[in-house]
Design a protein around this ligand. Sequence first.
Ligand SMILES: NC(=O)c1ccc[n+]([C@@H]2O[C@H](COP(=O)([O-])OP(=O)(O)OC[C@H]3O[C@@H](n4cnc5c(N)ncnc54)[C@H](O)[C@@H]3O)[C@@H](O)[C@H]2O)c1
Length: 353
Amino acid sequence: MHSKADLGLFYRGLPVVVTGGAGFIGSHLARALVGHGAEVRVIDDLSGGTLDNLAPLRIQEATSQASAAAARTSIRTSPPPIRFFRSSILDAEALARCCAGAAVVFHEAALASVPASIEQPRRYLEVNVLGTQQLLETAVKCGVRRVVFASSSSVYGDQPALPKVETQLPDPLSPYAQQKLTGEHLMRVWSLCYGLSTVCLRYFNIFGPYQRADSAYAAVVAAFANALLTGRPLRIFGDGSASRDFTFVSDVVQANLLAGAAHGLDAPPSADPLLAGGVVNIARGERITVAELARLMSEIARQEAPPVFEPPRAGDVLHSLADITRARQWLGYEPKTTVRAGLEETMAWYAQQ
Ligand SMILES: NC(=O)c1ccc[n+]([C@@H]2O[C@H](COP(=O)([O-])OP(=O)(O)OC[C@H]3O[C@@H](n4cnc5c(N)ncnc54)[C@H](O)[C@@H]3O)[C@@H](O)[C@H]2O)c1
């Protein structure tokens, strides 16, 4: 178990990598790591993220080996800038430069839309599976001590049993969900075969500032916020009775910081089930329906916004609720932000944009 002060001690000066660190969750995590004094590198091809997400942090682009070496010496300045590698994780050379000397890698980079994964399964496979394996191979070569993997509640599929417990058999319903499950298996196998300590966090519907609202596949909170601010109707896929365990982004950041530090970096994967690809649900542990979410967000925005109902989307699960006992016991994780408080902060952020 780690207090905030312990985490500060653990991460101070520690070289860490956030793949996909210009995305929604990765940028929050990178900011938190900088706040704890870590030496942060980010690799992102900006296919889904943007450097604006990392504002107001100082960013130093690492464009060549020479500049990477120069950046290593410049990290002595306080606070050090984030070293940013504008590259795909599929570029082995860039990934190796980014990971050289890093202790912990937080693997957030992915193509992350369920409907798009059904339309482009091969493109998704390359980034989400081959990219993840490439990351693990690079981590071993570079002497990385731990990889924390962003998995997804979608691996559970639509099994009726709620809440979802890690011991339940997965049942992925889309290429995206299957690829996240494969990613978990890769983590475990790299722990068993190569001694790399790995942790898999299954995120449940994360929301908050910096989440993209402008894509056809925007997550529901971002899409509703955008619709409310632009006076458009709230589009609900299905009849609104689908339910989700909405989790504020600062809670998922907390879980990552705890997973990166758990048991210290000297513990081998055999020391604890967590460290050999252990799977842990990260959520709030409560659910609301999409119709309730629409009502709550309309109330916060002080707007009458009658929803428009559209056919359910292929690959979407109906109900999702996490059992977070393991997160509490294994990580000392405790969700801190209520859905309402998180939505108020999120709506205020979108209103400023
Ligand atoms: N947001 C959620 O509710 C949620 C739920 C479950 C799991 N996840 C997982 O969490 C992680 C972060 O999700 P997010 O919501 O922040 O998504 P995001 O799209 O905002 O972030 C993903 C980032 O990865 C980058 N990326 C994509 N392909 C890349 C590549 N080949 N090389 C380098 N960078 C690449 C994108 O540019 C983007 O910045 C993802 O792995 C996602 O699957 C998210």
